[in-house]
Design a protein around this ligand. Structure first.
Ligand SMILES: C[S@@+](CC[C@H](N)C(=O)[O-])C[C@H]1O[C@@H](n2cnc3c(N)ncnc32)[C@H](O)[C@@H]1O
Length: 280
């Protein structure tokens, strides 16, 4: 496993993922039922944008750097941007919050957060970051293998984030298996899968397989800051959302055109959302 999220923290893909995750968590947290967030690939939780790995790629400059440089963002992005501002000194951008912090800041005292991270130094940082928060349990364990045990047929509403490194296309198959576990073990669960778009073929095959496996609502969002080129640096990514909370499509509608405008790097930048399966 070579992947380290510190090289990519705060890039355009994180912006899309974390803005949508914040909206989804906030919408689920409007209901009385407690939410149980399960982050299968949690990372370190907080990233220093002046650390050597972040400076080496500088990806955050064309992601959260551009977004925060705008005076006015759509209201739908406010909760996400407030979380980013909350980990920084006023007017500065030095740190960037990962998915565990997005979940911590959007969920309520009665909610629960289970975090999985395999890389020892990242899990240590994560555990230290979350140790005072009684709602959170961080584990150095394989997220894929741990999902089944987390999905108990209980009275909570699970929110599963599937955000593997995608060092190979095998993560599409693992994500498919994880979605099958979510579907069969927890009829109320929402799941969000992040995936890269470098080559359309595996993406189309993944979506098609998920679509054929369920009749539940399936929403897809995409953001391309430039047209994807196979083998080149990532310029496009997607989120596939199983059983999105009601109204999340409105949030996508409100944020995506603005994000595309601000994050575009080349002609052919694009952002879109659509139902693969509309809610019944
Ligand atoms: C894309 S990063 C996660 C970023 C994080 N979800 C966020 O949005 O801030 C993927 C992470 O998964 C970890 N990882 C890889 N395979 C794993 C596995 N089987 N179980 C748990 N963590 C894994 C990597 O070490 C890496 O930190």
């Amino acid at each position: 496993m070579n992947y380290r999220h510190g090289y990519h923290a705060g890039n355009f893909a994180d912006v899309l993922k974390h803005a949508v995750l914040a909206c989804a968590a906030l919408r689920l947290a409007r209901a009385a039922k407690p939410v149980h967030a399960i982050d299968l690939h949690a990372g370190a939780g907080l990233y220093d944008l002046q650390a050597p790995n972040a400076l080496k790629t500088g990806e955050w400059r064309d992601g959260i750097g551009r977004v925060l440089a705008q005076g006015q963002a759509p209201d739908v992005l406010k909760p996400y941007l407030d979380i980013v501002r909350g980990v920084n000194e006023k007017g500065e951008l030095r740190h960037y919050p990962g998915s565990p912090l997005i979940l911590r800041e959007t969920l309520r005292p009665q909610d629960k957060i289970s975090l999985y991270e395999l890389r020892p130094e990242d899990e240590q940082a994560l555990a230290a970051l979350c140790k005072a928060d009684k709602r959170v349990r961080a584990r150095r364990a394989d997220g894929w293998k741990s999902l089944g045990a987390e999905l108990k047929p209980a009275d909570v509403r699970p929110l599963v984030l599937i955000d593997p490194p995608f060092e190979s296309d095998a993560d599409f198959d693992r994500s498919l298996d994880a979605l099958a576990a979510v579907r069969t073990r927890s009829p109320a669960a929402t799941a969000i899968v992040w995936h890269p778009i470098k080559d359309e073929k595996p993406v189309a095959a993944f979506r098609d397989k998920v679509k054929r496996s369920t009749t539940d609502a399936l929403l897809v969002a995409e953001l391309a800051v430039a047209p994807p080129v196979k083998g080149e640096r990532l310029t496009a990514c997607g989120l596939l959302i199983l059983r999105p909370p009601r109204g999340l499509n409105d949030d996508l509608f409100a944020m995506l055109p603005w994000l595309k405008d601000k994050l575009a790097l080349a002609d052919g930048a694009n952002a879109s959302w659509r139902w693969l399966i509309a809610p019944r």
